[in-house]
Design a protein around this ligand. Sequence first.
Ligand code: CS2
Ligand code: MG
Length: 404
Amino acid sequence: MRITSADVIVTCPGRNYVTLKITTEDGTTGLGDATLNGRELSVASYLRDHVCPLLVGRDSGRINDIWQYLYRGAYWRRGPVTMTAIAAVDCALWDVLGKRVGKPVHQLLGGAARDGVMVYGHASGQSVDDLLDSVGGFLDQGYRAVRVQAAVPGLESTYGLHHPGTGHTYEPADAAVPTDNVWHTPAYLDFAPRMMKAVRERFGYGFHLLHDVHHRLSPLEAAQLGRSLEPYRMFWIEDPTPAEDQEAFRTIRQHTTTPLAVGEVFNTIWDCQYLITERLIDYIRMSVSHSGGITHLRRIFDLADLYGVRTGSHGAGDLSPVSFAAALHLDLTVPNFGIQEYMGHLEPASEVFRTSYTFADGYMHPGDAPGLGVEIDEEAAARYPYEARYLPVNRRLDGSMHDW
Ligand code: CS2
Ligand code: MG
């Protein structure tokens, strides 16, 4: 079935989302998420100016060929903008295919390998007491896995915390110019084990405990952190060091048995090939929408399976419900599934995106609606125009730049 149009919808229901809508000659539409936090309009332009014109007239069923055409055909390969754009096309084509044959995407991928997808929720607090209340709330809702983050004493701001009043989610890209944060590693290394100890002392060991370091440590600092957290039996520590220095993970591994997860800033199989084949990580955390879509992420997960690396896909609120649904369809099918991040979305997003995924007892299911199971209300989307917003930046106490 030929593609007749490909349109880009930019909307800001609580935060910016870029959505690609592909339409075929029988009127079927498919959606793909093209959101790249803080750089949304670059992907919108890449799609509108360079990709959409190439799609019209192509056979929407030739998903593999279109993927290769866009990847090889650009000559300039990889990178977050290119791979997010390709991902949006890929997911939209899987959505079209599912709707045309009347099946959910997970069935097109060979069917479910499990009954549900274990997700982790985001507990956080401005103090350890607040954090404990937040963890309790997630456990009461049935979560089996909880990521914990709390304000580091002595620092004015800390990443990964809910903004008061927004419920489950936080929005890291929150200002028209990047906010300057101050980071001090010794304060964090002192605090992190005390935070985990408080959580385990209050709630015990009957659930999975996760924590995001957000690229802030040196390899040896990360090794020290991993060791100090061993008594609390973490499910993982995420992004302990900046992900481009892959040998760093060997150093961390030589010193600690705390499992390691990385990948939310990766875009292709080439970014994680070494980490996987050298068994330097335990979980690969790439997202469907920043890593070339279902077609490419499936290959990455297959490579990971060969080396005992499990999946733990990025599922932050800056990936749209379309991306989250695609992740759930894939998660349901892969043998080496580990866990799925579930941050949820700010309330206005539900006016724009109608979803069919469900949560029960700590597990999620993408639903059995044909395709990805997400629809967009374009009138609602138009009520929330784009707003320029940036992720924060980090500086050390002496004013020099650090990784955020
Ligand atoms: C975070 C993200 O979900 C996570 O693990 O690291 O919230 C990350 O900060 C954002 O996706 C950046 O856009
Ligand atoms: Mg993260």
